[in-house]
Design a protein. Structure first.
Length: 234
């Protein structure tokens, strides 16, 4: 049985479990919701992971193979558009990381997957829960403050940094080390990596802003010159 709820396509399966598929254009970005969380009107949404559904591999493979700045731009723009669509429906992903961005198998088209930690931004109790993947978590979330849409933007900043630099911005030998650096949010841009990439650096810095109010919303991210050129070319 299929139905449309507030513009979202919901595939209802037996046993009271449901799979939700969000589609965004123009890049054919598809976000598959995974996990279970409370939804309006007692709608329960549960997870369908990417395995078996998406066959192109994780974007992490770009770290280990030759990758141009343009490749990273295209990936970042698509994730930004997917987040804009998800956020427009009141949902915060809360685990945006390289492992949750996969290639669809069609060129550089990517998909955002695994909404196992997702929640509705309007749910104050849910947004106070600390969750995510160390190294990608927004500092305010680690500090016990309320999570919001821009926490996902921080995760996108980490992914973009990783794809360009080949390493995470908050490395550490232990989980404690990573979290300490993560919450301090002191990002280093090595000259031998970032030389000549001033716009990319500016883009990443804006997304990794420690101040929540300084971090752009998904609808504003694509206006940065580093991404905006993709929407004006051709």
């Amino acid at each position: 049985m299929n139905t449309i709820i507030d513009g979202l396509h919901v595939l209802i399966t037996w046993g009271g479990r449901k799979r939700l598929c969000l589609s965004a254009r123009p890049f054919g970005v598809v976000a598959l919701l995974g996990g279970t969380f409370a939804a309006p009107a007692s709608l329960s949404l549960s997870a369908a992971g990417g395995d078996g559904l998406l066959g192109g591999g994780e974007v992490l493979q770009l770290v280990d193979s030759p990758c141009s700045e343009m490749h990273v731009r295209v990936v970042s723009l698509q994730v930004c558009q997917a987040l804009g669509f998800v956020h427009s429906h009141g949902i915060v992903h809360r685990d945006v990381k390289a492992e949750n961005i996969v290639f669809s198998g069609r060129g550089v088209e990517v998909k955002l997957i695994d909404f196992g930690l997702a929640g509705f931004e309007a749910d104050d109790e849910e947004m106070m829960k600390r969750c995510g993947s160390p190294g990608y978590i927004a500092p305010e979330v680690i500090g016990g403050e309320r999570c919001s849409f821009v926490a996902d933007i921080f995760g996108l900043g980490v992914v973009t940094y990783l794809l360009i630099a080949g390493q995470l911005p908050f490395p550490g030998k232990t989980m404690e080390d990573i979290l300490k650096k993560n919450i301090r949010c002191q990002v280093r841009f090595e000259d031998d990596i970032w030389f000549g990439l001033e716009e990319a650096r500016s883009f990443v810095m804006s997304l990794l802003a420690k101040d929540v109010n300084s971090r752009p919303a998904a609808g504003e991210v694509w206006r940065h010159p580093w991404l905006a050129c993709l929407l004006t070319e051709g």
